[in-house]
Design a protein around this ligand. Structure first.
Ligand code: DX5
Ligand code: ZN
Length: 214
């Protein structure tokens, strides 16, 4: 079963609560929350107070994607704000193993994201500890970018790493440039969680948009 995670980065921020409720009504499974710090990525979005303010708009899980430096310093704040799962970037963690365990010790499923320029081999030492691997299919920072085709190679590599180790239960997520054309490609390459920003929130009929991704 494919999980669809609408990314609120592409929502109307002036009506964020309503947009989240609309994504749930349209059939979304997780709400993807893109936190950007203006340092690790060239864009700045929102932090714990905004997440806490919209948490009651839905009962869907908040899938928090931290594109921030030193994420280990603020994990607690995101959990207190209502994060249900947290994904950190391998590139931002000097002590990746420690940060992954810190998320798990706080009782949340832990994910690790890799930028398009980062090899999947970096996952090897922590892959047994993960609930989710996020293969970025664009360079993070903005919605509405084009899918990077080499991501399909990386997805297949991750899929075989997981299969070889008997870790078929680990989610494989993709994020960036996912639409009705790229969705079948990433699914065929092993992804089971599709993040979609523009392909959902820029569409008039969000239920049809989510159905098209499925
Ligand atoms: C990229 C973000 C994505 C973004 C995807 O930096 O992490 O979640 O919202 O947007 P689309 O689906 O429009 O490429
Ligand atoms: Zn994201």
């Amino acid at each position: 079963m494919t999980i669809i995670a609408p990314s609120i980065l592409s929502a109307d921020f002036s009506r964020l609560g309503e947009e989240i409720a609309a994504a749930e009504a349209a059939g979304g499974d997780w709400i993807h929350v893109d936190v950007m710090d203006g340092h690790f990525v060239p864009n700045l979005t929102f932090g714990p107070p905004v997440i806490a303010a919209v948490r009651s708009a839905t009962t869907l899980p908040f899938d928090v994607h931290l594109m921030i430096e030193r994420p280990e310093l603020s994990l607690h704040d995101y959990i207190a704000a209502g994060a249900d799962r947290i994904t950190v970037h391998a590139e931002t963690c000097t002590h990746l193993h420690r940060t992954v365990h810190s998320i798990k010790e706080k009782g949340l499923p832990a994910g690790v994201a890799l930028n398009p320029g980062t090899p999947v081999s970096l996952l090897e030492p922590v892959i047994h500890d993960l609930d989710l691997v996020l293969i970025m299919t664009v360079n993070p920072g903005f919605g509405g970018q084009s899918f990077i085709p080499y991501s399909l190679v990386k997805l297949r590599q991750v899929k075989s790493m997981l299969t070889e180790r008997g870790l078929e239960g680990v989610h494989v997520q993709v994020d960036g440039g996912i639409n009705a054309e790229t969705a079948p490609l990433v699914r065929e390459a092993g992804a089971n969680v599709l993040v979609a920003g523009n392909a959902v929130f820029a569409q008039q009929d969000r239920a049809a948009a989510i159905a098209a991704l499925r």
